[in-house]
Ligand binder design. Structure first.
Ligand SMILES: C[S@@+](CC[C@H](N)C(=O)[O-])C[C@H]1O[C@@H](n2cnc3c(N)ncnc32)[C@H](O)[C@@H]1O
Length: 267
């Protein structure tokens, strides 16, 4: 049987509410074709019941009403479109989808390192701090860490930074070299690293489709710990094995289910 046949079998089982059978069929599809995107999405939906990360993002915008919002990694704008009118929005992406229509966004077609090296974010926000930010650019740990360090400098103690892709699906889709369409890279390493080097931060990860959304609060724009201990932080991150990503709760991170009452307590 081909992967598509197993996917079909899984979808039929889902319609009949036969979840264990569906899971098995989707896993068989991946066994035949480790890059089967339909099987990846079906399995992450079974793993994380509830709303997608986009809907969680919408709830966050509605609850926090940030004055300012920045996204690192805009792509086609699906996440950026969740910002509400009245929020000043900045997007940074070296290759945004050219068809993306984001009239409300000041878009910088740059890599994030180029953006932070050449732009004054606080000035772009007319003197306001970053109230809310989403890191979803290059899916490598060291890039994510650098994006975090750069963004925190423009935050205020009440700001919220979000990090996508912190709960990877499996080792293949979490590898540093992209081998699959569904790919989270090793972004997940940032959470145990922050827990170790920045115990002053509040760290929560929501188990939502497709690969978890991290929430960082109690930010400190004056902190220079990560910049000073940058090499140690990176080295420590690379000592972590993939199983740590499936067990962040034992590494100082509050991992919660996708229940808005619980999520809102983390904000
Ligand atoms: C997964 S997509 C973002 C998806 C978007 N946030 C959403 O949820 O709809 C990742 C994006 O990051 C961009 N990217 C890759 N490297 C980057 C970098 N160094 N700095 C900023 N963005 C980067 C890619 O061009 C791509 O569009």
């Amino acid at each position: 049987m081909q992967a598509k046949d197993f996917v079909q079998r899984g979808q039929t089982a889902l319609v009949q509410n036969l979840f264990a059978e569906a899971k098995l069929a989707f896993e068989q599809a991946l066994h035949v074709d480790s890059n089967c995107i339909e099987a990846h999405y079906a399995l992450v939906k079974l793993r994380f019941p509830g709303e997608s990360y986009y809907d969680v993002l919408s709830r966050m915008h509605a609850a926090l009403r940030p004055r300012t919002y920045i996204e690192i990694g805009v792509a086609g704008g699906a996440s950026m479109l969740r910002a509400l009118p009245g929020t000043k929005c900045i997007g940074v992406d070296p290759a945004p989808n050219p068809d993306t229509k984001l009239a409300h966004v000041k878009l910088f077609p740059l890599r994030s390192d180029e953006f932070f090296a050449t732009q004054d974010l606080t000035a772009l926000f007319d003197g306001l701090p970053v109230d809310m930010g989403l890191i979803d650019g290059m899916h490598l740990f060291e890039n994510t860490l650098q994006d975090f360090i750069n963004l925190e400098r423009s935050c205020a103690p009440g700001s919220t930074l979000l990090i996508h892709d912190c709960l990877p699906f499996n080792e293949l889709t979490a590898s540093r070299e992209r081998k699959t369409l569904f790919w989270t890279g090793d972004v997940w390493r940032i959470f145990p690293v922050l827990a170790r080097f920045r115990p002053d931060l509040s760290l929560t990860v929501v188990g939502c489709i497709p690969s978890g959304l991290g929430i960082v609060r109690k930010l400190d724009p004056a902190s220079d710990i990560l910049a000073r201990q940058h090499q140690e932080a990176v080295d420590f991150g690379f000592t972590l094995d993939f199983p740590v990503s499936q067990n962040l709760a034992t590494h100082g991170v509050n991992v919660i289910s996708n229940d808005w009452a619980e999520v809102s307590r983390a904000l």
